[in-house]
Write a new protein. Structure first.
Length: 276
């Protein structure tokens, strides 16, 4: 009886050890499958990111091929249908925020002004306090400054408040400073063409219907060449921005980290060609 009892106890112990071992193996298998799923997810995300980067590079390549394709010697471009298209009459820069569009615009404006070309307009400048960006100002070429936007409170009950992200747009301040510059450009009796700097035609500025009308009037006129900036497509399309981008008479330069240090002279030359 004693031997039988011991064998029974030993058998139970052996079964318990076997169960523990199987439990450990099942746990290890679950962990392995979990890691496999994570690796597959990371691989999938990495593949998607790589594919998106490839698409972005292809879009930039096509845009550069369109923007920088050499024009025929007669100053006109030929479409695929064989019909002659008009020369560019306006120049715009596009690119992601912080890429250097405003810096290029200011340098180009200085070069054009130093060569005796009549020029006016405005550019947008960051406002920082203690190293933190708190908003944007509109600055005219002669140094006048006005508020475009400031960081607002997280919640506001203002009925007619214009917001872009965390920024509240001061529409009255913007219109008071920018609109007179645009209205005066195309009504000069002088036959000499002028350049108008518009930095930028973006979400904040497009809250102003009067601004939209003024820009469209200059685009459709013949006495003023716009040297401006537009944002890259993101989210809901901005109607005027897409109109500018798709106009045949507008030359659009795509600014990248690779070309921003070398493209200044091409921009200046494009504006000078528009003035001819």
């Amino acid at each position: 009886w004693k031997e039988g009892t011991e064998r029974k106890i030993e058998k139970e112990r052996e079964e318990e050890r076997r169960n523990r071992q199987e439990s450990k193996e099942r746990k290890r298998e679950r962990e392995r499958k979990k890691k496999d799923r994570q690796r597959k997810g990371e691989w999938k995300e990495g593949t998607e990111r790589k594919r998106e980067r490839g698409k972005e590079r292809e879009r930039e390549r096509r845009l550069r091929a369109t923007v920088f394709s050499p024009a025929p010697r007669w100053g006109v471009s030929v479409s695929f249908s064989g019909r002659l298209a008009n020369m560019a009459t306006h120049v715009f820069l596009t690119g992601p925020p912080g890429i250097g569009k405003t810096t290029l615009i200011r340098k180009a404006a200085e070069i054009l002004k130093s060569s005796g070309i009549p020029i006016d307009g405005f550019y947008t400048e960051e406002v920082r306090e203690s190293g933190r960006r708190t908003g944007f100002d509109v600055v005219t070429l002669n140094g006048r400054r006005g508020i475009l936007s400031r960081v607002g409170s997280g919640h506001s009950a203002a009925r007619h408040e214009y917001r872009v992200g965390q920024y509240v747009v001061d529409l009255a301040s913007f219109e008071q400073l920018a609109l007179p510059l645009l209205r005066n450009t195309d009504f000069d009796s002088s036959s000499v063409k002028k350049v108008c700097i518009i930095d930028e035609v973006g979400k904040m500025e497009l809250f102003s219907q009067t601004f939209i009308q003024a820009v469209q009037q200059i685009l459709n006129g013949s006495g003023t060449v716009i040297l401006g900036t537009i944002p890259v497509p993101k989210g809901k399309p901005l109607r005027l921005v897409e109109e500018i981008r798709n106009r045949k008479e507008v030359k659009v330069f795509s600014i990248t980290r690779e070309n921003r240090d070398d493209i200044l002279q091409e921009v200046v030359t494009a504006v000078q060609n528009c003035l001819k």
